[in-house]
Ligand binder design. Structure first.
Ligand code: NDP
Length: 242
């Protein structure tokens, strides 16, 4: 059985990734933090796509929560391993740096960077032993160019690109690839407070992207054919960043 774990799979881009990988035949482990009803909807969509899966709630930013959930999963699935990991869980707490609170800073950094580290570290050994793995990290346009009001988010998302490039070099020989995706403005709960009519004027494609357009790239990176693509940060942004 080919198994994929999508963190933050209950909504938005994570849900679209879960459905895409389900269409490709993956059994999907759907992580989320608190929104069980939405995670159940993702599981229904995974089943409707012809595959199967299960829910695995944990807080990616909490080491004990991650390690307990993943080791329980591993004990319950002897002989199986998660070969595709989509580190997608993320939050934003925007503020100008001058007014930014410690919590606004650390919650965003912890979810993105500690989340990447705790989950990836727990799954990497099996990928290396089995000599196949695909790690796909959700960065952002904000991590490439920086966006005002998002010093916390830009720092976290830039950090994930650095981590992607470093880890890719550690594990390439074992046929484990590590890539980042940098979406621009994608229509999800995370961006529903933004003024699309105003912002789309800056976007060459003249619209926000869809979660499915990001998931299409995740799907490609998960394939065996993508074996020679590693250590990259791939933009999906309607031409916004040049
Ligand atoms: P949403 O806000 O729609 O969904 C966020 C998801 O992350 C939810 O499933 C949520 O779970 C989960 N999550 C948040 N914190 C944690 C945590 N500590 N532990 C586990 N799960 C958590 O976001 P998007 O789909 O828009 O974004 C997905 C990723 O893409 C994020 O990393 C985001 O930064 C990135 N991105 C998004 C862009 C956009 O325009 N939308 C642009 C660029 C990057 P729950 O439902 O339980 O709350």
């Amino acid at each position: 059985m080919n198994i994929a774990l999508v963190t933050g799979g209950s909504r938005g881009i994570g849900r679209a990734c879960a459905i895409k990988l389900a269409q490709m035949g993956y059994y999907i482990v759907i992580n989320y933090r608190s929104n069980a009803a939405e995670a159940e909807s993702t599981l229904e969509a995974v089943k409707a796509a012809g595959s199967d899966g299960e829910l695995l709630p944990f807080d990616v930013a909490n080491k004990e929560s991650v390690e307990t959930a993943i080791s329980k999963w591993q004990e319950a699935h002897p002989g199986e391993y998660i070969s595709v990991l989509v580190n997608n869980a993320g939050i934003r707490h925007d503020n100008m740096l001058m007014w930014m609170t410690d919590d606004e800073w650390s919650s965003v950094i912890d979810t993105t960077l500690y989340g990447f580290m705790y989950v990836t570290r727990a799954l990497l050994k099996d990928m290396l032993v089995k000599k196949f793995g695909r790690i796909i990290n959700m960065s952002s346009l904000s991590g490439l160019k920086g966006l005002p009001g998002q010093t916390n988010y830009s720092a976290a998302k830039s950090g994930i690109i650095g981590a992607t490039k470093a880890l890719a070099q550690e594990v390439a020989r074992k046929n484990v690839t590590v890539n980042a995706i940098c979406p621009g403005f994608i229509a999800t709960d995370m961006t529903k407070d933004l003024d699309e009519a105003e912002l789309k004027k800056q976007i060459p494609a003249n619209r926000f992207g869809t979660p499915e357009e990001v998931a299409a790239v995740v799907g490609f990176l998960a394939t065996k054919e993508a074996a020679y693509v590693t250590g990259q940060a791939i933009s999906v942004n309607g031409g916004l960043y040049t």
